[in-house]
Design a binder for this molecule. Sequence first.
Ligand SMILES: [Zn+2]
Ligand SMILES: [Zn+2]
Length: 275
Amino acid sequence: MTDTLAEWELRQAFRHPGCPICTVIQNNTERFYRWFILETYGQLPMLETLSRGGFCPIHGWEVAVRAGQRISFTYEFVVQDRAARLRSALTSARAYAWWPVSVLRAAALGRRLTGWMARRRRERLARAIRLSLAPSQPCPVCDQVKGDERYAYRVLARLLEHDEERAAYQASAGLCWHHLTGALPVATPTVATFLAEDGLRRLEALGQDFREYFRKLDYRFASEPRGAEQRAWLQAARYLAPMGHLPACLSEALDPNSPLGPLLRERTRDLAAST
Ligand SMILES: [Zn+2]
Ligand SMILES: [Zn+2]
């Protein structure tokens, strides 16, 4: 992706109701799934990556749900590879198993020898597990997310050197805590100060919403109309748990514009009614 395109995407994300970097990551993750289904599901680099590590549980299910039967080609390869690795680990585990242990145990020297053999077998098995079973590559989607975050921090830091971009950022939902703390070390002192001050302003506003929420729990003010403070918990949850790392189905449920939004609104209403 070119820097110009990345800047354009981030500017677009400023208009989205959520952390701009989370939005970029969600878009890129969807792009990963589309390319997987179209092309990479059968390409050797992807097959090798998945054999050496595999998808994490969240991304594994996300990709399986999207790809359906198409993933058969991918997983047939991975299943064969895993079987070969397990066979190799078993071969190591069986080494020394042919020694006449019961005969050796009868003698003192034999007992020392069987102890040595047990240790040796444990070491060989541990080594075989480390070499052939332990994952040596991360989940490709998690890996892409990490790379996208690092890239987005640099692009954002560059954008925010301009006043008009800062105004657009201030009008956006702002960075979640995870991405704010990731972006700060990458930015120049001026941009980092701007981001930190903006983050503090948002946190203070959220703190005020919580104070208002708890004030209205008091029976003396319970009859006052309820407003945005009733959703402070949701704002805080969005702020503290990056949406870009969520499974798509859950982040969709939390999007008030999605068809699943009504479920959440209903839940919010129930909570408000029960307090
Ligand atoms: Zn974020
Ligand atoms: Zn993952």
